[in-house]
Design a protein around this ligand. Structure first.
Ligand code: GCU
Length: 672
């Protein structure tokens, strides 16, 4: 007896070791003890349906009866279910009777729809639903749901904080790392259907036959998961690779070179998605080098991929030294006049805000300003300005805040621009700069995985909100114990605001240290280009602080539709959270709180630090309820975050005090 007890304990230990919670399994951890005890029928014979079955087999409870199918199956078609609204990728899940047998039908118009349905069913079950209540329907509101990897061919990742690139270009082709499949599976589970493999600061080499073959190998792995491969294209590649004298998009030889290049790529990757281009920005080559426009450049590339069904995602993130007075105005100034001149397979990809992925930015004024052009949203999932991988900041509220912003044109919001419903665009997209690397937990920390997750869910439906997504992520990631889930969700929901508070509250932005962008540097004022300097953004002096973007300043607010511009013209009607983004305000201005701006500012910095302290004690409270490995790493990072939140606060306040000569408000503790 004693022996069998010991054996039993040993078996448990071993099982535990096999499931060491290092975060590798992401939110996909709901496996049952005895897989394959369920009955899963496939109506159709495709690799994608087989993958869907495999997913269900690992997680469905014993006795479950599920049928995976497409609407093309005659028996399914005979049920006359509402398949039409599902489009190419939507799914429906229903209890039905097929061939006299009760079963839960998981189906779409395509096998990809059925695969998304399988993942939706698993999500439903992992978040407390039952098979009996599994009646679900959903179709993506956005067509291209794409990760942008800023991955270099030398396997480093620009602004990547989770290890080297997943793509092992060195061994690729010969070795197909099983991790590529795990990556595709994770993406499919949240509806992501495209991936740009290489950095927007692209090297021409990625378009050479060697790298095309490697990209094709990845595309082969991703295809059954419904994921297309795209490449960032270096605009000057015809010179670097083709030996041409120019990359002028109006040159016939240049256009012919790109056409031949596209044909070559499509021979290797028949369903290649298309190109992403960063042109004439931060030193990248582009059509403007030749006096041609962004539309000339985009349309020339679009013509090359068009015969194959490809598209071009042309980024609006441009800033050059053409108008150093206000960097925030440049994208609008250059792109707005081009509305209506882009080919029908071009999307213009616009960052959520007009500067650069700051912890808070007002929505980019291009949204709503180019009705004739599909505008693709670009969010940054990797937290370049929100504490890299170490700080806990859930980005759901940031995404939601941007997407829900009214553009001032009727009922239009940024979400209705992005999902095409405002203007009836069919080609629509959302891009997220990935936070994925070779770390065991993919994203550098457990909570960073939530940012990948929420991006996928909101790309599928930009009207979804941050809190329920945080909840479903936490349930799938930590299990359904309400104490853990509630704690995680509470911590997450205020975490981004805390970062805003301790790095740059009330509309301040771009105050970080130079180059690496980690930690405070509001005092920096000696960099070559004016708009690289934090001082350019805060404009603080003895009297006040903030960037005047009204008529008396850069007049950037004129780029918004008039109801919005009117509201922003007056500091009294500007949302307080954006005050110093749009106005230069006296330190002594009376705020709605009854305090002065200076006192409010200090209170915000303090609140941010306190929030992190609170997260630490909340996380301490679930210590025994979360596996040691993930609990400890999170706890360690929270301690780092608290120390660095203080660093941000104390350094920033000390600097502001050196300018405004004011003492710390009495109610606030002196910086430690
Ligand atoms: C930011 C970031 C760069 C990146 C650029 C872009 O400026 O710091 O690393 O290349 O955005 O989006 O192109």
């Amino acid at each position: 007896r004693a022996g069998s007890k010991i054996l039993g304990a040993l078996a448990l230990l071993l099982a535990g070791a096999a499931h060491a919670e290092d975060g590798y399994r992401l939110w996909l951890r709901a496996a049952v003890a005895t897989p394959a005890a369920a009955t899963i029928t496939l109506r159709g014979d495709t690799r994608t349906l087989a993958l869907a079955r495999h997913e269900l087999a690992a997680s469905l409870p014993a006795g479950a009866n599920v049928t995976l199918a497409t609407s093309a199956d005659p028996a399914v078609a005979a049920l006359k279910l509402p398949f039409a609204p599902l489009g190419d990728e939507g799914y429906l899940i229903r209890p039905v009777t097929l061939n006299g047998q009760p079963t839960v039908l998981v189906a779409g118009n395509s096998d990809r729809g059925a695969l998304y349905g399988a993942f939706a069913l698993l999500r439903h079950l992992a978040t407390g639903g039952t098979l009996a209540t599994a009646t679900l329907t959903s179709a993506p509101k956005v067509k291209l749901r794409v990760l942008n990897h800023w991955d270099n061919l030398d396997e480093t990742v620009e602004r990547g904080y989770a290890g080297d690139s997943l793509w092992d270009w060195w061994t690729l082709l010969d070795r197909i790392d099983p991790r590529y499949t795990d990556y595709a599976r994770a993406n499919a589970s949240i509806g992501i259907n495209g991936t740009v493999l290489n950095n927007v600061n692209a090297k021409a080499d990625s378009l050479t036959p060697r790298y095309i073959a490697k990209a094709a190998a990845l595309a082969d792995v991703f295809r059954p998961w419904g994921i297309k491969v795209y490449l960032s294209a270096r605009f000057s590649a015809p010179i670097e690779l083709g030996g041409l004298k120019t990359a002028d998009p109006r040159d016939r030889q240049v256009a012919a070179w790109w056409k031949a290049k596209a044909d070559e790529i499509y021979r290797a990757i028949p369903d290649f998605g298309g190109f992403l281009v960063k042109a004439n920005s931060e030193g990248q080559p582009g059509p403007r080098d030749y006096g041609a426009s962004h539309a000339d450049g985009a349309n020339m590339l679009a013509a090359a991929v068009k015969p194959h069904g490809g598209i071009v995602m042309w980024r609006a993130f441009v800033y050059a030294d053409t108008d150093p007075s206000d960097r925030a105005k440049q994208a609008y100034t250059e792109f707005k006049p081009l509305d209506g001149t882009f080919a029908d397979n071009v999307l213009v990809q616009v960052k959520n805000g007009a500067i650069d992925f700051q912890p808070r930015e007002p929505f980019h004024p291009l949204f709503g300003a180019m009705p004739k052009t599909p505008l693709m949203m670009e969010f940054q999932i990797t937290k370049e300005y929100l504490g890299f991988a170490t700080h806990l900041a859930y980005l759901g509220p940031l995404f939601q805040e941007t997407l829900a912003s009214a553009t001032g044109r009727g009922k239009e919001t940024v979400a209705t621009v992005v999902d095409g419903s405002s203007e009836g665009h069919r080609l629509t997209g959302m891009a997220g700069v990935a936070n994925i690397g070779r770390d065991r937990d993919w994203s550098g920390s457990t909570f960073n995985q939530a940012n990948w997750y929420v991006f996928g869910r909101m790309a599928w439906d930009p009207t979804l909100t941050a809190e329920p997504i945080a909840r479903e992520w936490a349930q799938q990631t930590f299990g359904t114990d309400a104490r853990v889930v509630d704690t995680a969700v509470t911590m997450m929901m205020g975490s981004r605001e805390a970062v805003v508070d301790y790095t740059g509250p009330l509309g301040l932005a771009h105050l970080m240290a130079t180059g690496h962008h980690y930690g405070p540097g509001p005092w920096v004022d000696d960099l070559k280009r004016p708009e690289w300097n934090p001082a350019y953004y805060h404009k603080a002096d003895r009297q006040g602080i903030g960037f005047d973007r009204t008529k008396s300043g850069s007049d950037a607010i004129a780029q918004y539709a008039s109801p919005i511009a009117k509201r922003l013209a007056d500091p009294g009607t500007t949302p307080e959270r954006e005050l110093l983004w749009f106005h230069h305000v006296a330190w002594d201005r009376k705020m709605p709180s009854g305090r002065t701006l200076w006192e409010d500012l200090v209170a915000h910095y303090d609140r941010g630090v306190a929030y992190v302290g609170n997260m630490r004690s909340q996380w301490d409270g679930v210590r025994t309820l979360v596996d040691t490995e993930r609990w400890q790493k999170t706890a360690t990072y929270l301690a780092v975050q608290e120390r660095e939140a203080r660093w941000w606060r104390d350094a920033s306040l000390t600097y502001w005090m050196s300018l405004n000569g004011r003492p710390l408000p009495a109610s606030v503790a002196a910086p430690e």
